[in-house]
Design a protein around this ligand. Sequence first.
Ligand code: AGP
Length: 619
Amino acid sequence: MCGIVGYVGSQSALDVVLAGLKRLEYRGYDSAGVAVLADGGLASARKAGKLANLEKELVERPLPAGATGIGHTRWATHGGPTDVNAHPHLDNAGRVAVVHNGIIENFAELRAELAERGHVLESETDTEVVAHLLAEEFSGCAGLAEAMRLVCRRLEGAFTLVAVHADEPDVVVGARRNSPLVVGVGEDEAFLASDVAAFIAHTRSAIELGQDQVVELRRDGVGDGVTVTDFDGRPAEVRSYHVDWDASAAEKGGYDYFMLKEIAEQPKAVADTLLGRIGVDGALTLDELRIPAAVLKEVDKVVIVACGTAFHAGLIAKYAIEHWTRIPCEVELASEFRYRDPILGGRSLVIAISQSGETMDTLMALRHARDQGATVLAICNTNGSTIPRESDAVLYTHAGPEVAVASTKAFLTQLVACYLVALYLGQVRGTKWGDEIRAVIRDLADISGEVERVLETMEPVRTLARSLSDKRTVLFLGRHVGYPVALEGALKLKELAYMHAEGFAAGELKHGPIALIEDDVPVVVIVPSPKGRSVLHDKIVSNIQEIRARGARTIVIAEEGDEAVVPYADHLVRIPATPTLLQPLVAAVPLQVFACELATARGNEVDQPRNLAKSVTVE
Ligand code: AGP
């Protein structure tokens, strides 16, 4: 996710855009930039780091005053957070500036074509190709809006684009496909933004843009100031609406907490993490891994190091890696890893999973692994952070910034990334046939919609959570990949509701934990698919009977159509049927909602729980 602002009107474009970017900084904060049209030309500034760095730059090197401008706060996907990769990107003549949110999947071929035509591209980003394409098209057509339409028809992937051209000083043009863009309509001024938070200080009149649409804002009196068409130039139907959120709520997309917003963003985060990694033939394309196939073919052990929720993702990844590649896989708490004197060598692949990319325990673990000669692959959500920088390779999750301390969308995208790595290892080593890999990828591609379906049925879970807010403990049981899900559900409840919660492998009950069962103790049970190994399913149904016979209140997470659990479920939460290994992607969601709602019922501060930090940069 990135923050985008465009403005045309009578105020200082720089002031309006910078204030808007401040409101959007939660969407991305690894670099920022602005462009302003003034004196017949285009002036821009951009800096790596937080917005404050750009503001400092603008004090030292002011831009000319202008009433038309665009701006961007970046959450890097392609290319690290550097000055040269910061948006806006310009064409070689410096007459076009463009900012972008999303992923342009075919940027490599477009980049090659532009280079053949003599364009010099300076950055590592996918976005820069758009500036050069707009410059080419503008020179041959009736204005920037038409140029944008022509360019958009050549782009593949998800994108929000906002651009200006020095030859049209009173015009800002935007376009969107599978990425947010909203119009603000003021008195003699108009705004474009990733979300309304950027402009509701100026106007609450907004226009929602539809898929594959181009919007032109003009202040020279031509048209009504806002013109919307489809990519072929046909006038488009749009919906105007009044924004009744306050600015703070707007940053959270109208949700009370960032965590709720991030739970809701999970379908898109899962889809975005797959974007650009599945070829047209359905095969896996992970060239970005940059680990030679020869190295991957020699790997004789995989070790996953991570903390907290990322560690739980690693526990789930173990099942997939071992099942699909037959390579032994260990999963280690990063804080314990190097103190047990692990056995590593040149054929070890260490995978460091981290949302923030700054967790010191995980960083120290990967440093130890590299000292031992292992190859280190980072799975990370924060482009350019320390852990990927110190790894041999990185696979970025595309969850966008995760603001809430309790990890949700990062967790689901870590799982997706781990599945992709496991499939890629199987593909390179020949332990998975192409058609088998394509089948799993098709299942992964369905998950985004299935998570959406789960989110639509969460009201009973919220009601249940509120009814349990006075409980002292909740237990979680699971088998196979459901066991790490049980651990994750317990962690969510601990860190949000400040209550005792514990996850167990259901098979361990009889070895001790069943002593904890007493009258009305809530026990959440994640039930494996009945279509999977029936022995797993039958055994956990027996476990549910055992705990119910001892007074437990059973909260059963089970697939649609699984009738065997019905007689033993005091509360039944249905999830879509998925392949066994992928079930955590849907089973974790009710547990996130449950924990968030119970914490809210307890009056806790959900986004910043007590004693916790979003990134633990100390050991
Ligand atoms: C999970 O909800 C917590 N925020 C915490 O356990 C977190 O997963 C852990 O600290 C690891 O953080 P990282 O992914 O940024 O490395």
